[in-house]
Design a protein around this ligand. Sequence first.
Ligand SMILES: Nc1ncnc2c1ncn2[C@@H]1O[C@H](COP(=O)(O)OP(=O)(O)OP(=O)(O)O)[C@@H](O)[C@H]1O
Ligand SMILES: O=C(O)[C@H](O)[C@@H](O)[C@H](O)[C@H](O)CO
Length: 159
Amino acid sequence: MGVSGCGKSTLGALLAQTLACPFLEGDDFHSADAVEKMRNGTPLTDEDRWPWLERLGSAIAGAKADNGVAVAACSALRKIYRDRLRTTIGGPVRFVMLDNDRDALLTRLGNRPGHYMPASLLDSQLATLERPLPDEGAMILTTDMPAETLRDRVLGALR
Ligand SMILES: Nc1ncnc2c1ncn2[C@@H]1O[C@H](COP(=O)(O)OP(=O)(O)OP(=O)(O)O)[C@@H](O)[C@H]1O
Ligand SMILES: O=C(O)[C@H](O)[C@@H](O)[C@H](O)[C@H](O)CO
């Protein structure tokens, strides 16, 4: 979880590869209308996000049922979004929040060609973000190190 450009897809894909389990990319579960909205620089609302979270949560539940474990990348910016995912998935869910400073995020978004998400939406993402408090048991990592190092830290904490 985390704002656009924090490194969710990069770390998630690597974790899933190492765990030999399915990887679910949250970006793939948005409706065409939601993608168009973001492409045009308009932030999504709660109403836009509920059906997306339902679709993604159900797919994670299915992958978990089939394989025992699954990794997903999802912004999950607000606590109520994470609660909805937990409810839809059922069973144990561990969130890893990926952090970085605004300048680093803007640079990364600017260097990422071919993605619908414009860097201009970063500030709305940062404003919407509700950082997980300790009672959520999330792991918090700054993506200022190679993805392989981040992967090893996550796997070390999960053991
Ligand atoms: N640990 C890292 N070190 C250096 N660069 C990274 C790291 N993780 C990701 N990046 C780079 O930052 C950019 C954004 O990463 P990524 O697409 O994984 O973010 P994201 O959180 O999935 O974004 P979005 O939610 O917008 O899809 C990419 O160009 C990626 O190569
Ligand atoms: O909740 C949201 O606003 C969205 O999920 C965005 O975070 C994008 O999907 C993602 O960042 C794509 O780049």
